[in-house]
Write a protein that binds this ligand. Structure first.
Ligand SMILES: Cc1cc2nc3c(=O)[nH]c(=O)nc-3n(C[C@H](O)[C@H](O)[C@H](O)COP(=O)(O)OP(=O)(O)OC[C@H]3O[C@@H](n4cnc5c(N)ncnc54)[C@H](O)[C@@H]3O)c2cc1C
Length: 368
């Protein structure tokens, strides 16, 4: 191992401060990464080049379990620069270690649109781009122009256009078939200078954005108004966890896609169940009869967990469910990663037994 890599890497480092669930886990090797050249320096070591690796942002979508037999690379690459501007749009080049929420606030302050609905999503810009985070009708992939990345087994530099990233709803190649292959270093994002605010979101529990915004702003609404409204709605939704009382990673599971017939079966038990189109991010009127037989729809798993299974505020030992939102799994800071896995496996099993529906995790489980 070249001598200088020792200044970047440390052995047997606790990952407890670096994951949202605050579970104890240990990285065999750990390195904070402040630049592309830090990556290159580390990769000079043949041993490290051949080791499996895990890139971490702020750990709000990662559940590490036990001893992680990898090099964990903590992303600290910073910087925001405007690389182009017209009357209609701006293009920003952003270091992937930047904080996502700070970037949202930076853009709405300047009146630029595209990110305002995705406020209060904890984590780094790199994770947002790798995972195509989405909220309230907006998704990151709609902003991405291109992504710069270092291939971790070779040190080779790549630039991918958005079309090459395999983006789908909350998915990308970086999250699935390329997982662990690249370290995303910089991303260019395109934001509009002529935003149209989207107020169509509503939820059975947290109300309509169009109603909430009128409590704090007057028309014509700006992107800053919508960001503020959603920030407050989300603080109400996640309040206890965000005050630091619990460890959590947002929604542990994805909302499932099911057939129209399965939707009707579940709706027989809970008539208020909403559905959404699978391919889009829009919220249609509840007119299920207009869909053809066998059509797929997406449903709110939180609503099902809440009404059918009464999971809200249900705890087993150090792991439980938020009393505000049944997809949010909490820990009291003393849980092991395995306990979180066992608890959430129980939820998967119950959903399968009751409705014969397979549910998928949103959170990435890392277990070696
Ligand atoms: C209160 C709360 C609310 C949330 N709400 C939402 C929401 O509305 N919508 C939503 O989509 N998510 C939501 N989340 C989940 C979470 O905030 C996002 O998944 C976020 O992007 C996680 O960022 P992170 O840096 O903490 O991720 P990490 O857990 O550090 O990383 C996530 C994944 O991305 C990979 N990765 C990270 N950086 C890089 C990089 N530079 N190169 C390659 N791979 C990389 C990691 O390997 C890992 O697999 C919420 C979480 C919380 C706590």
């Amino acid at each position: 191992m070249p001598k200088h890599t020792y200044t970047l890497t440390r052995e047997n480092v606790s990952l407890k401060p670096y994951n949202g669930y605050r579970v104890e886990a240990t990285a065999k090797l750990f390195a904070p990464i402040h630049s592309g050249s830090d990556i290159m320096t580390i990769l000079q070591s043949r041993t490290i080049r051949d080791m499996p690796k895990l890139v971490l942002g702020q750990g709000f979508n990662t559940l590490p379990i036990g001893n992680i037999d990898r090099l964990v690379m903590l992303n600290k690459i910073k910087g925001v620069a405007m690389v182009d501007e017209t009357d209609d749009y701006v293009i920003l080049k952003v270091g992937t270690g930047e904080d996502w929420i700070n970037l949202v606030r930076y853009t709405v302050k300047r009146g630029w649109g595209g990110m305002e609905n995705m406020t209060m999503i904890y984590g780094t810009v790199g994770s947002s781009v790798a995972q195509n985070i989405a909220a309230y009708g907006q998704q990151t992939s709609d902003l991405v122009v291109d992504v710069e990345a270092v291939e971790l087994s070779t040190g080779k530099l790549h630039k991918f256009t958005a079309d090459q990233c395999g983006y789908e709803y909350r998915e990308s190649f970086f999250k699935n078939k390329w997982f662990g292959k690249y370290f995303l270093t910089y991303v260019t994002l395109k934001l509009t200078k002529k935003p149209k605010v989207d107020l169509t979101y509503w939820s059975y529990k947290h109300g309509a954005v169009s109603t909430e915004i009128k409590k704090m702003a007057r028309e014509p609404f700006t992107v800053a108004d919508i960001e503020r409204t959603l920030r407050i709605m989300r603080l109400n939704k996640f309040g206890d966890a965000l005050k630091g009382s619990y460890g959590m990673c947002g929604s542990h599971f994805k909302n499932p896609n099911i057939t129209k017939e399965k939707y009707l079966e579940i709706r027989a038990e809970m008539p208020a169940l909403q559905y959404y189109p699978v391919e889009g991010m829009k919220y249609p009127p509840n007119d299920i009869d207009a869909l053809p037989d066998g059509a797929m729809v997406r449903v709110s798993l939180a609503h099902i967990f809440d009404e059918v299974f009464k999971f809200r505020n249900y705890w087993e030992g150090h792991v439980g469910v938020s009393e505000n939102q049944a997809l949010n799994i909490y820990t009291d800071g003393e849980a092991s990663g395995q306990e979180v896995l066992d608890f959430t496996d129980m939820m998967v099993r119950k959903m399968k037994e009751r409705f014969d529906v397979d549910i998928e995790r949103e959170v990435k489980v890392i277990k070696d």
